[in-house]
Write a protein that binds this ligand. Structure first.
Ligand code: A2P
Length: 316
């Protein structure tokens, strides 16, 4: 299994299982199947609403002797409504308790956006806290404290652009080891990847397959489908693998971690096997050439009339 050694010396398996959009009634079986296939990295978040079912599966797998806790890498994320410093530790404790664990391997600030406690998804401008009211630097200090207490062995961020990261690097004591962002051949994040590389921060690529199972309300009209892309299909055909496997191998060749979501046993296996797909530099060049800087997750849900966040603020 491919691994990445983070700047703090910890090894994260390159391929993880995404759980965003995995329904509570299907995620238990998906986790059990995935771990039996060989997945050792599971990507979770409080907002996905399924950590308790994931925890049931993890605890059963450990009880059954299928896997030991220390051989698993479990990531979760702090939701936007728990950015106030006093709310960080209770949010992490709730996640750890739902996941039926004693600690997380990695805890991330989910978005550089804050909402009032209890306001899970913003309806109006009034549901937000501005970055003056809930500065990222203060949230990060609380993240450092939960790291120092051992509840989160590594800490990082998600959806942070270069300016947000630079600001954080100026004030932090413990550096973020990870930035989890949308990344695939249609959004290759070349500049951000090179910036993060220089700072010793690795990327985890989310929505690596284009997240076609997103709710219609957050989908664009006539979205380009990477798995239908002629270049991707031609490379896949040439190697007798699937387009999805090419997309995942692309992420791993860039030395990113990657977290495809599936709840289907055949596709879980297929995605796991993408670790064996070999890409040449010619293949990689072809895949670079199809970049469209196309976000499937465009962050527009954080932009409300008279609200404190613009799209430029979110991705800065
Ligand atoms: P399913 O869970 O039924 O397998 P992303 O990881 O970018 O969010 O994409 C997840 C979507 O891609 C889900 O709809 C998932 O469906 C589907 N998917 C996962 N793996 C594959 C695969 N190997 N081939 C085709 N679709 C896949």
């Amino acid at each position: 299994m491919k691994k990445i050694t983070l700047s703090n010396g910890q090894d994260i398996p390159s391929l993880g299982l995404g759980t965003w959009k995995s329904q509570p009634n299907e995620v238990y079986e998906a986790i059990k199947t995935a771990v039996k296939i060989g997945y050792r990295h599971i990507d979770c978040a409080a907002i996905y609403g399924n950590e308790s079912e994931i925890g049931d599966a993890l605890s059963d797998l450990i009880k059954e002797g299928v896997v030991a806790r220390e051989d698993l890498w479990i990531t979760s994320k702090l939701w936007n409504d728990a950015h106030l410093p006093n709310d960080v530790k209770p949010a992490l404790q709730k996640t750890i308790s739902d996941l039926k664990l004693d600690y997380l391997d990695l805890y991330l600030i989910h978005w550089p956006v804050a909402q009032k406690p209890g306001h899970k998804m913003p309806g109006t401008a009034d549901d937000f806290l501005s970055l003056d009211e809930a500065p990222i630097a203060a949230t990060w200090k609380a993240m450092e404290e939960v790291h120092q207490s051992g509840l989160a062995r590594s800490i990082g961020v998600s959806n942070f652009g270069m300016q947000n990261l630079s600001d954080l690097l100026e004030t932090c004591t413990v550096k973020p080891v990870m930035n989890q962002v949308e990344c695939h051949p249609y959004l290759n994040q070349e500049k951000l990847a090179s910036f993060c590389h220089d700072k010793g921060i690795y990327l985890t690529a989310y929505s690596p397959l284009g997240s076609k199972d997103r709710h219609e309300s957050i989908k664009g009209i006539n979205e380009p489908m990477m798995m239908e892309d002629d270049t991707v299909k031609a490379i896949a055909q040439d190697k007798n693998v699937t387009p999805a496997q090419i997309l995942l191998a692309w992420s791993m060749y860039r030395n990113n971690a990657v977290i495809p979501k599936s709840v289907n046993p055949g596709r879980l296996q297929q995605n796991f096997d993408s670790q064996n797909v070999e890409l040449s530099s010619v293949d990689m060049d072809k895949l670079y050439s199809i970049n469209k800087d196309r976000r499937y997750i465009d962050g527009s849900f954080w932009v409300k009339e008279n609200g404190p966040y613009s799209l430029e603020d979110v991705w800065r």
